[in-house]
Design a protein around this ligand. Sequence first.
Ligand code: TDO
Length: 193
Amino acid sequence: MIATDGPVRLIEPKRFGDARGWFTEVYSEAAYDALGITCRFVQDNHSYSAPAFTLRGLHFQTPPFGQAKLVRCIRGRILDIAVDVRRGSPTYGESVAAELTAENGRQLFVPVGFAHGFVTLEPDCEVTYKVSAPYAPANDGGIAWDDPDIAFDWPLPAGTTPELSAKDAGLPRLAGWTSPFDYDGRPLTPLEI
Ligand SMILES: Cc1cn([C@H]2C[C@H](O)[C@@H](COP(=O)(O)OP(=O)(O)O[C@H]3O[C@@H](C)C(=O)[C@@H](O)[C@H]3O)O2)c(=O)[nH]c1=O
Protein backbone atom coordinates (compact mmCIF):
# COMPACT_ATOMS: atom_id res chain seq x y z
CA MET A 1 0.00 0.00 0.00
CA ILE A 2 1.30 3.42 -0.92
CA ALA A 3 1.39 6.04 1.81
CA THR A 4 -1.53 8.41 1.43
CA ASP A 5 -0.60 12.04 1.64
CA GLY A 6 -3.84 13.77 0.72
CA PRO A 7 -4.97 14.80 -2.76
CA VAL A 8 -3.20 17.34 -4.95
CA ARG A 9 -3.47 20.67 -3.14
CA LEU A 10 -2.86 24.30 -3.93
CA ILE A 11 -1.76 26.23 -0.87
CA GLU A 12 -1.24 29.94 -0.37
CA PRO A 13 0.58 30.54 2.90
CA LYS A 14 -0.40 33.71 4.72
CA ARG A 15 2.02 36.62 4.46
CA PHE A 16 2.33 39.06 7.34
CA GLY A 17 3.21 42.42 5.84
CA ASP A 18 4.70 45.44 7.56
CA ALA A 19 6.92 48.39 6.71
CA ARG A 20 9.89 46.06 6.16
CA GLY A 21 8.16 43.74 3.73
CA TRP A 22 6.56 40.47 4.76
CA PHE A 23 7.04 37.23 6.68
CA THR A 24 5.56 33.84 5.87
CA GLU A 25 5.82 30.27 7.09
CA VAL A 26 6.49 28.06 4.07
CA TYR A 27 6.11 24.76 5.91
CA SER A 28 5.06 23.76 9.41
CA GLU A 29 4.29 20.19 10.36
CA ALA A 30 1.21 21.06 12.44
CA ALA A 31 -0.35 23.37 9.85
CA TYR A 32 0.20 20.99 6.93
CA ASP A 33 -0.96 17.98 8.98
CA ALA A 34 -4.18 19.91 9.54
CA LEU A 35 -4.51 20.24 5.74
CA GLY A 36 -4.15 16.46 5.37
CA ILE A 37 -0.52 16.62 4.24
CA THR A 38 0.85 14.16 6.73
CA CYS A 39 3.94 12.83 4.98
CA ARG A 40 7.39 13.36 6.41
CA PHE A 41 9.64 15.39 4.16
CA VAL A 42 13.23 14.16 4.10
CA GLN A 43 14.92 16.25 1.41
CA ASP A 44 14.77 19.81 0.03
CA ASN A 45 15.58 20.45 -3.63
CA HIS A 46 16.34 23.69 -5.46
CA SER A 47 16.65 24.13 -9.24
CA TYR A 48 17.50 27.14 -11.37
CA SER A 49 16.36 27.33 -14.97
CA ALA A 50 18.00 30.01 -17.10
CA PRO A 51 15.98 30.14 -20.34
CA ALA A 52 12.31 30.96 -20.40
CA PHE A 53 10.26 27.90 -21.41
CA THR A 54 12.58 25.44 -19.74
CA LEU A 55 10.47 22.33 -19.15
CA ARG A 56 11.33 19.74 -16.51
CA GLY A 57 9.12 16.67 -16.36
CA LEU A 58 7.05 14.69 -16.14
CA HIS A 59 8.83 12.93 -13.30
CA PHE A 60 8.28 10.51 -10.45
CA GLN A 61 10.23 7.95 -8.47
CA THR A 62 8.89 4.41 -8.43
CA PRO A 63 7.98 2.57 -5.20
CA PRO A 64 9.35 2.11 -2.61
CA PHE A 65 10.89 5.56 -3.21
CA GLY A 66 7.74 7.34 -4.42
CA GLN A 67 7.92 11.01 -3.51
CA ALA A 68 5.25 13.43 -2.42
CA LYS A 69 6.41 16.95 -3.30
CA LEU A 70 5.66 20.39 -1.93
CA VAL A 71 6.69 22.79 -4.69
CA ARG A 72 7.09 26.57 -4.82
CA CYS A 73 8.73 29.11 -7.06
CA ILE A 74 11.02 31.58 -5.32
CA ARG A 75 12.18 33.54 -8.39
CA GLY A 76 10.20 34.15 -11.53
CA ARG A 77 7.08 32.32 -12.68
CA ILE A 78 6.27 28.71 -13.55
CA LEU A 79 3.31 26.61 -14.54
CA ASP A 80 3.42 23.53 -12.34
CA ILE A 81 1.55 20.35 -13.27
CA ALA A 82 0.63 17.04 -11.61
CA VAL A 83 -0.61 14.11 -13.72
CA ASP A 84 -2.51 11.22 -12.16
CA VAL A 85 -0.61 8.01 -12.99
CA ARG A 86 -2.26 5.75 -10.41
CA ARG A 87 -3.19 2.47 -12.10
CA GLY A 88 -6.98 2.04 -12.09
CA SER A 89 -7.70 5.62 -11.10
CA PRO A 90 -10.87 7.00 -12.72
CA THR A 91 -8.81 10.11 -13.53
CA TYR A 92 -5.73 8.25 -14.82
CA GLY A 93 -3.81 10.49 -17.25
CA GLU A 94 -5.68 13.61 -16.16
CA SER A 95 -3.83 16.61 -14.83
CA VAL A 96 -4.11 19.69 -12.68
CA ALA A 97 -1.87 22.72 -13.01
CA ALA A 98 -1.26 26.02 -11.24
CA GLU A 99 0.84 29.09 -11.79
CA LEU A 100 3.38 29.39 -9.00
CA THR A 101 5.27 32.66 -8.81
CA ALA A 102 7.73 34.28 -6.45
CA GLU A 103 5.12 36.97 -6.02
CA ASN A 104 2.07 34.81 -5.21
CA GLY A 105 4.01 32.41 -2.94
CA ARG A 106 1.64 29.57 -3.87
CA GLN A 107 2.66 25.96 -3.35
CA LEU A 108 1.52 22.82 -5.13
CA PHE A 109 1.40 19.63 -3.10
CA VAL A 110 1.89 16.60 -5.39
CA PRO A 111 1.17 13.23 -3.73
CA VAL A 112 2.83 9.91 -4.49
CA GLY A 113 1.30 8.42 -7.63
CA PHE A 114 1.41 11.61 -9.66
CA ALA A 115 3.94 12.63 -12.30
CA HIS A 116 5.21 16.15 -11.76
CA GLY A 117 6.65 18.79 -14.04
CA PHE A 118 6.80 22.48 -14.78
CA VAL A 119 7.61 24.98 -17.47
CA THR A 120 9.22 28.31 -16.71
CA LEU A 121 7.31 31.31 -18.02
CA GLU A 122 10.21 33.76 -17.89
CA PRO A 123 14.02 33.57 -17.75
CA ASP A 124 15.86 32.92 -14.49
CA CYS A 125 13.37 30.90 -12.45
CA GLU A 126 14.21 29.14 -9.21
CA VAL A 127 12.03 26.39 -7.81
CA THR A 128 12.35 24.72 -4.44
CA TYR A 129 10.49 21.67 -3.24
CA LYS A 130 10.40 19.33 -0.33
CA VAL A 131 10.21 15.59 -1.07
CA SER A 132 9.06 12.71 1.13
CA ALA A 133 11.62 10.10 0.01
CA PRO A 134 15.33 10.38 -0.70
CA TYR A 135 16.70 10.63 -4.24
CA ALA A 136 16.93 7.10 -5.66
CA PRO A 137 18.39 7.28 -9.18
CA ALA A 138 17.61 3.60 -9.88
CA ASN A 139 13.92 4.42 -9.28
CA ASP A 140 13.86 7.46 -11.56
CA GLY A 141 10.85 7.42 -13.85
CA GLY A 142 8.97 9.72 -16.16
CA ILE A 143 6.42 10.21 -18.90
CA ALA A 144 6.82 12.35 -22.00
CA TRP A 145 5.73 15.96 -21.43
CA ASP A 146 3.96 15.97 -24.81
CA ASP A 147 2.25 12.59 -24.48
CA PRO A 148 -0.89 12.89 -26.65
CA ASP A 149 -2.84 10.78 -24.14
CA ILE A 150 -2.24 13.48 -21.53
CA ALA A 151 -2.63 16.26 -24.11
CA PHE A 152 -1.65 18.96 -21.66
CA ASP A 153 -1.95 22.43 -23.14
CA TRP A 154 1.51 23.82 -22.28
CA PRO A 155 1.58 27.62 -22.49
CA LEU A 156 4.31 27.76 -25.13
CA PRO A 157 4.29 30.64 -27.60
CA ALA A 158 3.68 29.49 -31.18
CA GLY A 159 6.85 28.06 -32.70
CA THR A 160 8.63 27.72 -29.32
CA THR A 161 10.19 24.42 -28.40
CA PRO A 162 10.88 24.03 -24.71
CA GLU A 163 14.38 23.68 -23.30
CA LEU A 164 14.57 20.02 -22.24
CA SER A 165 17.19 17.70 -20.74
CA ALA A 166 18.32 14.80 -22.94
CA LYS A 167 16.60 12.49 -20.45
CA ASP A 168 13.29 14.33 -20.69
CA ALA A 169 13.42 14.33 -24.49
CA GLY A 170 13.47 10.51 -24.41
CA LEU A 171 10.77 9.68 -21.86
CA PRO A 172 8.12 7.07 -22.80
CA ARG A 173 4.40 7.57 -23.33
CA LEU A 174 1.62 6.30 -21.09
CA ALA A 175 0.52 3.93 -23.87
CA GLY A 176 2.24 0.58 -23.41
CA TRP A 177 3.46 1.47 -19.91
CA THR A 178 2.21 -0.13 -16.71
CA SER A 179 2.15 2.20 -13.75
CA PRO A 180 3.71 0.89 -10.53
CA PHE A 181 1.35 3.08 -8.47
CA ASP A 182 -1.93 1.71 -7.11
CA TYR A 183 -5.08 3.80 -6.95
CA ASP A 184 -5.87 4.40 -3.30
CA GLY A 185 -9.29 5.99 -3.64
CA ARG A 186 -8.21 9.61 -3.38
CA PRO A 187 -9.92 11.68 -6.06
CA LEU A 188 -8.18 14.10 -8.41
CA THR A 189 -10.15 17.25 -7.71
CA PRO A 190 -9.98 20.63 -9.41
CA LEU A 191 -7.52 22.87 -7.62
CA GLU A 192 -8.66 25.47 -5.18
CA ILE A 193 -6.91 27.34 -2.40
C1 TDO B 1 16.23 14.94 -8.61
C2 TDO B 1 17.71 14.85 -8.19
C3 TDO B 1 18.72 14.98 -9.13
N1 TDO B 1 20.02 14.88 -8.75
C4 TDO B 1 21.07 15.03 -9.78
C5 TDO B 1 20.98 14.02 -10.92
C6 TDO B 1 21.45 14.80 -12.13
O1 TDO B 1 22.87 14.71 -12.22
C7 TDO B 1 21.10 16.24 -11.81
C8 TDO B 1 19.88 16.74 -12.57
O2 TDO B 1 18.83 15.80 -12.37
P1 TDO B 1 17.49 15.85 -13.23
O3 TDO B 1 17.84 16.10 -14.65
O4 TDO B 1 16.71 14.63 -12.90
O5 TDO B 1 16.78 17.16 -12.64
P2 TDO B 1 15.31 17.70 -12.91
O6 TDO B 1 14.96 17.47 -14.34
O7 TDO B 1 15.21 19.06 -12.38
O8 TDO B 1 14.45 16.69 -12.04
C9 TDO B 1 13.45 17.13 -11.16
O9 TDO B 1 12.34 17.56 -11.97
C10 TDO B 1 11.17 17.96 -11.24
C11 TDO B 1 10.08 18.27 -12.26
C12 TDO B 1 10.76 16.96 -10.22
O10 TDO B 1 9.59 16.69 -9.98
C13 TDO B 1 11.87 16.40 -9.39
O11 TDO B 1 11.41 15.33 -8.59
C14 TDO B 1 13.05 15.97 -10.25
O12 TDO B 1 12.67 14.84 -11.01
O13 TDO B 1 20.88 16.31 -10.40
C15 TDO B 1 20.36 14.67 -7.45
O14 TDO B 1 21.58 14.59 -7.10
N2 TDO B 1 19.38 14.54 -6.51
C16 TDO B 1 18.06 14.63 -6.83
O15 TDO B 1 17.18 14.53 -5.92
